[in-house]
Design a protein around this ligand. Structure first.
Ligand code: SAM
Length: 240
């Protein structure tokens, strides 16, 4: 609760410990590296990072090429962490961090060579209009890169088959959180996991579904890769 008695937003609450929790999980960092590698980002590119959070992906993209990055996020607190981080970095005009919603992209954002997003787009329930809007912000030949978990959490929380599928994932996730980020990481990812069970702001779909949505939105060359062999975390690329 805040001083005014309002319930804190989940990401507001998480922002200050994000880098010390999910930001320390090896499976997350490997996914970010794969997203950058398959993005094909090159010098001069204009890149959009949707749900940039504390900037873990944006900073990697900026490091990989002399590109410019617009990072958007719904959470002012996540953006504040990102801004604090880049204050002393001499990135100049190469990075523009602003408030934005994946579910209703600001038409003023303009056109991009690469649009990337990691573990964010599953928060949006109505996915096809969002994918269509993403495509509309890409230049011809531009690339969409999505990193997320390949898990279908849609459905009724009381459905035991669904629950079993989610718990199989969560067991691995929680073990990895404890191993990589200790008790604080475990506590945060434990609470995050419950949100998946109860459809509480988390609406994951399988990568088969993401790929179908991208094709339906008019993307070509849709490819899905696991972060490492057998990983539940996958990276999709699609070309406009
Ligand atoms: C798990 S974090 C991922 C941050 C970063 N992309 C990364 O991989 O480390 C999810 C981020 O998505 C943001 N987010 C959630 N729903 C969003 C939406 N509808 N539009 C934009 N950002 C959103 C949250 O504020 C949070 O910063």
């Amino acid at each position: 609760m805040t001083k005014r008695g309002k319930r804190k937003d989940w990401f507001q609450d998480w922002s200050n410990e994000y880098d010390a929790t999910l930001g320390r999980m090896r499976r997350h960092l490997k996914m970010l590296d794969l997203v950058v590698a398959v993005s094909g980002v090159k010098d001069g590119d204009r890149v959009l990072d949707i749900g940039c959070g504390t900037g873990l992906l944006s900073l990697r993209l900026l490091d990989a090429a002399r590109c410019t990055v617009v990072g958007i996020d719904k959470s002012p607190e996540m953006l504040a962490c990102f801004r604090r981080k880049i204050r002393g970095m001499a990135l100049g005009k190469r990075v523009d961090v602003r408030r934005g919603d994946a579910a209703s992209l600001d038409p003023g954002l303009g056109q991009f060579d690469v649009i990337a997003s990691t573990v964010t787009l599953h928060h949006v329930k109505d996915k096809l209009p969002m994918i269509r809007a993403i495509r509309s912000h890409l230049k011809p030949g531009g690339r969409f890169v999505l990193g997320d978990v390949d898990l279908d959490t849609t459905g009724d929380p009381a459905d035991l088959k669904r629950l079993s599928r989610i718990l199989d994932f969560l067991r691995e996730e929680w073990m990895a959180a404890m191993a990589d980020a200790g008790p604080d990481g475990f506590r945060r990812m434990f609470d995050n996991g419950k949100k998946h069970v109860f459809n509480d702001g988390e609406y994951c779909v399988s990568f088969r579904e993401w790929a179908a949505l991208c094709r339906k939105a008019g993307f070509d060359g849709v490819t899905v890769r696991p972060v490492v062999k057998g990983s539940r975390f996958k990276v999709l690329t699609a070309i406009k």
